[in-house]
Design a protein around this ligand. Structure first.
Ligand code: SF4
Length: 327
């Protein structure tokens, strides 16, 4: 792994059991993440984008080891963490934090802000109470709140302020990687930009890397250095951010971009009608998973799954349009 890589994910796969129980075998296995590979460099903001149900949130939780993968490897800071036990994972928990989507449900309403922010420190028994309060004060001010807010409860704050508290909590243990799972989608549009700008400022100050998960390509486009587009558990396009302005190559990316008013008068895309929903995992399509919704579909798409291949040194696409139409 190159020295600048903080995270390397290789062929990561997660299948969830359907039905069954302690004494019974599952009726089926539902693929949520299917053979995903990518790296995140130190200091990079990496975007995962796709519709609801595409597997991006499951992928974020796999990386954090909040759930166990079915197969594949996760290398973090040169250490293979794929099969570490709970106790072996403890040193890595502080290096990898999460910011949740919903600032209302992600904060315990019975806890004061100081306790919420310093909870990771308390669990790890790292510092005294006075030291923890000092850190909480500093972090609260970093995220744009005031020291007097330490003794308040979550219900006394707006949605944007609660998300700032969530960000302060994630920063408390000085992580290297933050997985931000739809961190602004529950906020008013006017507040979204403030929170995103705050996260960008904190990234440099705290030397963070982000995995930014969103269904909204415009949000990811604003924040990330590289973007991976996910569809039905797999990455279908992976490229530097600017490529998505100029030459996106996957029809699904094209469809996502159609719904985003990007401030680029030079970007021209053809009208694209994306019909239907993400496929039922119990009845996955044959061939390319996107073929039932793709306006460019041809025979090969219905029978063969296109692999993710390089179309430029840093641009990868899984589509037969880029790899030859012959069967
Ligand atoms: Fe569309 Fe075929 Fe490309 Fe799939 S492989 S995205 S169906 S053109």
């Amino acid at each position: 792994m190159p020295e600048s890589n903080l995270l390397q994910v290789t062929e990561l796969t997660k299948h969830f059991p359907l039905g069954g129980g302690l004494a019974f075998k599952p009726q089926a296995w539902i693929p949520a993440v299917d053979g995903v590979s990518f790296t995140v460099s130190k200091g990079e903001s990496f975007g995962l984008v796709g519709e609801s149900g595409c597997g991006k949130t499951t992928l974020g939780r796999l990386i954090l080891r909040l759930i166990d993968p079915t197969s594949g490897r996760i290398i973090f800071d040169d250490q293979d963490i794929t099969e570490l036990s709970r106790s072996q994972m403890r040193p890595y928990r502080s290096k990898m934090q999460i910011i949740f989507q919903d600032p209302y449900s992600s904060l315990d309403p019975r806890m004061k802000v100081e306790a919420i922010i310093t909870e990771p420190l308390g669990v790890n028994k790292l510092l005294s109470k006075s030291q923890r309060r000092e850190i909480a004060t500093e972090l609260l001010e970093k995220v744009g709140l005031r020291a007097i807010d330490l003794d308040k409860y979550p219900h006394e704050f707006s949605g944007g302020q609660r998300q700032r508290i969530g960000i302060a909590r994630a920063l408390c243990v000085r992580p290297e990687l933050i997985v931000a799972d739809e961190p602004v989608s529950a906020l008013d549009v006017s507040i979204q930009a403030q929170v995103i700008n705050l996260m960008e400022d904190l990234k440099d100050e705290f030397k963070l890397s982000y995995i930014f998960i969103s269904h909204d390509l415009s949000v990811v486009h604003h924040v990330c250095d590289r973007i991976a587009v996910m569809y039905f558990g797999a990455i279908v396009e992976l490229a530097p951010n600017e490529v998505f302005n100029i030459s996106p190559r996957h029809p699904y990316t094209e469809a996502l971009l159609q719904s985003v008013p990007l401030p680029d008068p030079h970007r021209q895309t053809k009208p694209f009608a994306m019909e239907g929903d993400v496929p039922n995992p119990l009845e996955p399509p044959t061939g390319c998973a996107f073929h039932p919704r793709c306006q460019y579909v041809f025979d090969k798409c219905r029978v063969k799954t296109p692999p993710l291949v390089a179309v430029a040194s840093d641009h990868f696409v899984a589509c037969w349009l880029n790899q030859g139409r012959g069967l």
